[in-house]
Design a protein around this ligand. Structure first.
Ligand code: PMP
Length: 282
C-alpha cells in the first residue's frame, strides 16, 4: 500500500508523522475525501476547490498547487489499484514546537494522502437507514472542512451506540446537518436543506443533488426547517461522498412516510447514479 507523505510516495509502514505536527496536537488542518468509482475520480475538481477554500478560511498555505495535488491523487489510485473507494487527503499547519499561535513562514504545511477500498453502500441505500437527533454543539465555522471533528465524533458515537446510522444535528429547533453528511427533507414534492452558511459544510454531494433536482424540475429550496418539520416530513435523506443519497426511514421511534425510501429520494438516487456513470466507469 502506497501513501503520500510530505512530498514522497512511500509504503504505509514507513509513513510516520511527527509528535509535534499541529494536525496531531491541535487538529489544526483540513482534509477532503474524494470518491473513486471504477478507478475513476468523481467530482474531484469540486473537492480540490473546497480544499483550497478551507485552507484560505483558516489562513493555511497548501505547499502544492492544484496540478500537483491532482497528480498525487491519480498516482495513488494507480499505485494501489483502487477500484471502488476513496482518496483521503489532509493538510496540517506543519511541524513546530507546541504553541497556539501560527508558526513562522519557514514552517511548511504537512500533506498526507492515502487510498482505501470502500464499496458503495447499496444495501443501505435500497433499504434505508435510521437516525437519531443530537443537539449541534459544534463551533460556528462548520463551513470549513477542518480536522477538528470532536463535535461530529460525539454526535456519531451517540447515534452508533444506539444502533443508528447517523446523527441528525439541530441547533435548538433548526436542523443543521448530519455528523458526516448533509440532511434533507421532502415535503409535498419539494426538497428542503439548510442553506450553505457557516453552520454547515456545503457538501459536494449536496451540490450534485441540487443540480439534478434543478435539471429534472424537482423544487429544491435552501431554507431552514425545524425538528418538527423533519419528523413530519414525507421523506428524509442524508448525503455525503461515501453515503451518496441515503434514505432515512426512521428517526428515533418516529417512522418517516411509509417507513421505506420515498419516491423523490429514489429518483434522486437514480439520477445520482447516472451522474456517477457520466464521469466514471461503473
Ligand atoms: N457535512 C459534514 C459535517 C460532513 O462531514 C460531510 C462529509 N464530509 C458532509 C456534510 C458531506 O459532504 P460531501 O458531500 O462533500 O462528502
Amino acid at each position: 500500500e502506497t501513501v503520500f507523505l510530505n512530498g514522497e510516495f512511500v509504503k504505509r509502514k514507513h509513513a510516520k508523522v511527527d509528535i509535534e505536527d499541529r494536525g496531531y496536537q491541535f487538529g489544526d488542518g483540513i482534509y477532503e475525501v474524494i470518491r473513486v468509482y471504477g478507478g475513476d475520480v468523481f467530482t474531484m475538481n469540486e473537492h480540490m476547490e473546497r480544499l483550497y477554500q478551507s485552507a484560505e478560511k483558516m489562513k493555511l498555505k497548501i505547499p502544492f498547487d492544484l496540478q500537483e495535488l491532482t497528480s498525487i491523487v491519480f498516482k495513488l489510485i494507480e499505485a494501489n489499484e483502487v477500484n471502488e473507494g476513496i482518496v483521503y487527503m489532509q493538510v496540517s499547519r506543519g511541524i513546530s514546537p507546541r504553541q497556539h499561535h501560527f508558526p513562522g513562514e519557514d514552517v511548511s504545511g504537512s500533506v498526507i494522502a492515502y487510498t482505501k477500498e470502500i464499496p458503495r453502500p447499496l444495501k443501505e441505500m435500497q433499504e434505508g437507514v435510521t437516525a437519531t437527533l443530537v443537539e449541534d454543539i459544534r463551533w460556528l465555522r462548520c463551513d470549513i472542512k477542518s480536522l477538528n471533528l470532536l463535535g461530529n465524533i460525539l454526535a456519531k458515537e451517540e447515534a452508533s451506540s444506539k444502533g443508528h446510522f447517523e446523527a441528525i444535528q439541530h441547533r435548538g429547533e433548526t436542523v443543521t446537518e448530519g455528523s458526516s453528511s448533509n440532511a434533507f427533507i421532502v415535503k409535498d414534492g419539494t426538497v428542503f436543506t439548510h442553506p450553505a452558511t457557516n453552520l454547515i459544510l456545503n457538501g459536494i454531494t449536496r451540490r450534485v443533488i441540487k443540480d439534478m433536482a434543478d435539471k429534472n424540475g424537482v423544487p429544491f429550496v435552501e431554507q431552514i426547517f425545524t425538528v418538527d418539520e423533519l419528523l413530519s416530513a414525507d421523506e428524509i435523506f442524508i448525503a455525503s461522498t461515501t453515503s451518496e443519497v441515503m434514505p432515512v426511514i426512521k428517526v428515533n421511534d418516529v417512522t418517516i412516510g411509509q417507513g421505506m425510501p420515498g419516491p423523490v429520494t429514489t429518483k434522486l438516487q437514480e439520477w445520482f447514479t447516472a451522474s456517477i456513470k457520466s464521469e466514471c466507469k461503473i
